[in-house]
Design a protein around this ligand. Structure first.
Ligand code: ADP
Ligand code: MG
Length: 520
């Protein structure tokens, strides 16, 4: 906490007696430096002093304890790993934040994917949020916005976290009005992470008048133009790590300490050169080389030497190529279909495909290719793009010959001329769209394991569905029942909301793997 910073009123209260004051002292003892109260202002309670009934004082102390617990949860850092070069980044940002200014300030952080924009925004948020009347970190705005009801969820999160209220308004413009009314007088800290479209800013942080005096709105984006067109003038361009910090980050990953092993010091410097100061690449390559022998180090460097223009995706790909076959499959399934789902759920689905998901996912975590956040599996956008690119390269011209499809256009093309290679199809459109799909193409897809179709208007369903299906989610399925020949033996999850289904199937079916909470 900064010297002389404004502390909450809690510091003035007296805490000489009663159980809560003990609790308070315990909280402070266990969390040195994290509490937004001045510890010196608190007297240690006299152990011998008997707890008297102090009526109002007891009540108010109870409130203070609750307040501090709430603040404490705010101040617990959400990033706990070894960060490097963060102070120099924060120094520039702090100048833009300009604590003294009473206006509402919009601040942008821009730079390419993997440069550390989200990380620095998160650290800044953790450090300064206690200074505001309300705060909210809206993560992955681009991704959530593209999902069904995504805007609604983002607006709800904004309102509920800052004003502790759940909006009742149904349409987005009413919710914008509500946000304005509730936040107009509040000093707010809002982070909008990974914005890629002006519309997202209009819907979440439209005008300067939306927030109270002294508010700070921080927007991270890969696209500087989006920030410019929203009138954001204070823009921090996330810089690459300098050589010294880059080597430290790489060493944490490759050697689990802050400098390279002596015999690999020169090679480490070479590898760091290829990562070009990009934190994501340093993490991924460092993790890839962890515990590998000299020969593997040299061969990785040879490969990097051969990459034209040092395209970062190709550098990252070296890590993918070093995976075992099943780990590759798991990586691609996550990139093209499962990203964002709960870890247990992914494990169950992938295990049912025979992929030994526990071991495989652990290997991907160790190699920094995926991470677990709030029990969900997350993958950096650049790595997801790499996964999609790997699949695209399986057959650049003919989507029907690829293993996984995850864009509407590719599915349309693949259905014209599909082969039996397709293992997963993921189509989740933000708005309903009529599709002239040739449904007979499904009869060739004998390997299809994962299928999600959302917001696609079809006149009829398929006559065949693969018996390999583990996951079937088909919103507004157009037919009255599932194909008669479909056996469902392997099915683990089934979601058919808003479908035209009258009877799922005739007779009895034995579906041993289907989990209980599946909805129809
Ligand atoms: N200063 C840093 N020190 C250590 N690791 C970092 C740092 N900045 C970013 N990273 C790591 O690099 C990866 C990409 O960072 P991220 O903030 O997601 O980038 P961006 O938001 O720009 O795409 C993350 O795994 C993050 O932990
Ligand atoms: Mg990011």
């Amino acid at each position: 906490m900064q010297e002389g910073a404004r502390l909450p009123a809690v510091q003035c209260a007296s805490y000489s007696t009663c159980i809560e004051s003990n609790l308070l002292h315990n909280l402070i003892r266990k969390n040195p430096g994290r509490l937004p109260v001045r510890v010196s202002a608190l007297k240690k309670p006299d152990k011998k002093q008997r707890v008297k009934d102090r009526g109002d004082e007891s009540q108010s102390i109870k409130k203070i304890v609750e307040y501090i617990q709430c603040k404490l949860s705010f101040t617990l850092p959400t990033i706990s790993k070894n960060l490097v070069g963060i102070d120099s980044r924060l120094k520039v940002l702090n100048e833009y934040i300009d604590e003294q200014a009473n206006d509402t300030l919009f601040i942008g952080i821009c730079g390419m994917g993997g440069m550390g924009k989200t990380t620095v925004a998160r650290v800044l948020y953790d450090r300064i949020r206690w200074q505001f009347g309300g705060s909210c970190f809206l993560a992955n705005v681009r991704e959530v916005f593209a999902e069904k009801d995504g805007l609604c969820r983002l607006q709800e999160q904004l309102l509920s976290e800052i004003s502790m209220e759940l909006p009742t308004a149904r349409d987005s413009s009413r919710r914008i009005d509500l946000i304005k009314r509730r936040l107009r007088l509040k000093k707010v800290l809002l982070i909008l992470d990974d914005v890629d479209d002006e519309e997202q800013l209009q819907m979440l942080a439209a005008e300067h008048g939306t927030f109270g005096p002294g508010s700070r709105i921080i927007i991270t984006s890969r696209n500087k133009h989006v920030l410019d067109s929203h009138g954001v003038t204070r823009i921090y361009e996330a810089e690459k790590l300098n050589d010294k910090d880059a080597l430290i980050l790489f060493s944490w990953k490759a050697f689990k300490r802050d400098q390279p092993a002596e015999d690999l010091s020169e090679l480490s410097k070479q590898v760091v050169g290829y990562a070009n100061g990009l934190p994501l690449a340093l993490e991924v390559i460092g993790s890839f080389l962890h515990k590998r022998g000299l020969r593997e180090w040299k061969s990785a460097i040879d490969r990097m030497n051969d990459i034209p223009d040092r395209k970062i995706i190709d550098v990252l790909r070296i890590s993918f190529d070093g995976l075992h076959e099943l780990e590759k499959k798991i990586f691609l399934d996550i990139a093209c279909f499962l990203k964002g789902m709960k870890k247990d759920r992914i494990t169950r689905l992938l295990d049912s495909c025979g992929f030994h998901a526990d071991i495989g996912m652990q290997a991907l975590i160790e190699k920094s290719l995926i991470r677990v956040s709030r029990d969900e599996i997350r993958m950096h956008n650049l790595l997801q793009k790499m996964g999609e690119e790997i699949v695209r390269c399986e057959s650049p011209e003919e989507p029907g010959r690829r293993s996984r499809l995850c864009t509407y256009k590719d599915v349309c093309d693949a259905l014209k001329d599909s082969t039996g290679k397709i293992e997963s199809i993921f189509v989740d459109l933000p708005k309903a769209k009529e599709a002239p799909w040739n449904m007979t193409a499904f009869s060739k897809m004998t390997k299809l394991r994962l299928l999600k179709i959302h917001n696609v208007d079809l006149s009829e369903g398929p006559e065949y569905l693969s018996n390999e299906l583990r996951f079937l989610e088909w919103h507004a399925y157009p037919s009255k029942s599932l194909p008669a020949c479909y056996r469902l033996d392997e099915l683990v999850e089934l979601y058919m909301s808003c479908s035209s289904i009258e009877q799922l199937w005739c007779g009895c079916k034995y579906i041993p793997e289907l989990v209980a909470n599946t909805t129809l």
